[in-house]
Ligand binder design. Structure first.
Ligand code: SF4
Length: 373
């Protein structure tokens, strides 16, 4: 139960939101890493064998034939994409694909970094609410937990209080996108501000390429959140994508948690109705300001703060471009030659077909820095 004065939410683990560390995974990309979750490998098409980091052979699809057999969404058996997936595409699409196909090549050093960053996020989350573990027995339960979290946070947003880890979902060009907003609060001027925390291993501000990726991430969150509060996302579309069974009764632990929060529902469908009503009838504002804060992992010192300009048309265009890969309209693309420096620390540089094709030349030099005018 929540302590007085604090709203209550359930743990990310219980919520089933494996992109709980969305922001952290992207901070993680500061070291040119890949994506947040493993997915089943496609079985169609030919595969190649290469040594993994443990010396054992790993198999991965060679790509070309599969491209024509099924879309990546089908091949990876994905019902929806995480905002993180699109942001890793923003860094290097080919790297994101290898991350899905070969998650075992993720270095333990990067896993440690991710865990450290996740701990910092958790500490911040605990500043604004308690966490409660809820046992889940079905995917309907997992989504119910997300919805209960939303229902618990909407009143806080209405009364202009700070909330953290707000689940968002929206449909773009027929594809469902899911994510978690790090923090929402109001500024002194009464603007609703989104704050994204990025933790960094080294006490240095991020490079431009990293900022570009982070700016896209927060812009996409705003795009999805705004659509949610404007009623553009419906329960029917969510069910269509997730294949959830709204009539299925919720598990006892979820029901108990709902009752403790004063919510009387029996099935996911009833809960969804409440959530979509709450989102559209609560008169929630759209997000006014986007901010990214870069913090040193060890000392918690703030290294940089950026206010992000929002360009809706640009966000839309980028999303459509990234989704074209997922829906099988084009193959994956590696970095452009001017960003070849990203390949130097990429886990997949030894096997990367894009790099081997000669489309990038890996320079030992650091990325170009902007000259002062
Ligand atoms: S080696 Fe370069 S092009 Fe290939 S996946 Fe890594 S960053 Fe992308």
């Amino acid at each position: 139960m929540a302590e007085s004065g604090a709203e209550e939410t359930v743990s990310a683990e219980a919520s089933g939101f494996s992109d709980f560390s969305d922001s952290e995974l992207l901070g993680f990309l500061d070291l040119e890493s890949n994506q947040e979750s493993s997915s089943p490998l496609g079985t169609a098409g030919p595969s190649s064998q290469l040594p993994g980091k443990d010396g054992k052979d790993v198999r991965f699809p060679t790509g070309k034939r599969e491209l024509y057999i099924s879309s990546p969404l089908e091949r990876f058996h994905l019902k929806y994409l995480y905002v993180t997936d699109l942001c890793t595409q923003n860094w290097c699409e080919q790297q994101m694909v290898y991350g899905k196909e070969l998650p075992q090549l993720l270095s333990s050093e990067k896993e440690d970094l991710l865990n450290t960053g996740a701990s910092i996020h958790l500490a911040r989350e605990l500043e604004v609410h308690d966490l409660v573990n809820v046992s889940i027995t079905s995917k309907e339960d997992a989504w119910a937990v997300k919805f209960l979290n939303i229902l618990s946070m909407v009143p806080s947003l209405q009364s202009e209080r700070r909330i953290r880890e707000f689940p968002v979902f929206g449909e773009v060009n027929g594809v469902l996108l899911v994510g978690v907003i790090d923090e929402l609060h109001y500024t002194d001027k009464g603007e609703l501000e989104l704050l994204e925390l990025k933790t960094r291993r080294f006490p240095m501000p991020p490079r431009e390429a990293q900022k570009k990726k982070d700016f896209f991430q927060v812009s996409l969150y705003k795009y999805i959140f705004d659509a949610m509060v404007q009623g553009k996302m419906t329960a029917a579309r969510l069910i269509h994508h997730t294949k959830l069974h709204p009539e299925r009764p919720l598990g006892p632990s979820v029901l108990k948690h709902a009752q403790q929060g004063g919510i009387s529902v029996k099935s996911l469908g009833g809960l969804m109705e409440l959530v979509f009503l709450s989102l559209t009838m609560s008169d929630l504002p759209v997000i006014d300001r986007l901010k990214v804060e870069y913090v040193h992992q060890e000392t918690s010192a703030v290294l940089d703060t950026e206010i992000v300009p929002y360009e809706e048309k640009e966000v839309q265009e980028k999303v459509l471009h990234y989704l074209a890969y997922w829906t099988g309209q084009r193959g994956p693309k590696g970095v452009d030659i001017e960003e070849a420096w990203k390949c130097r620390t990429c886990n997949y540089s030894d096997i990367c077909e894009w790099r081997k094709s000669g489309r990038v030349h890996v320079s030992p030099l650091e990325p170009p820095t902007k000259k002062a005018k």
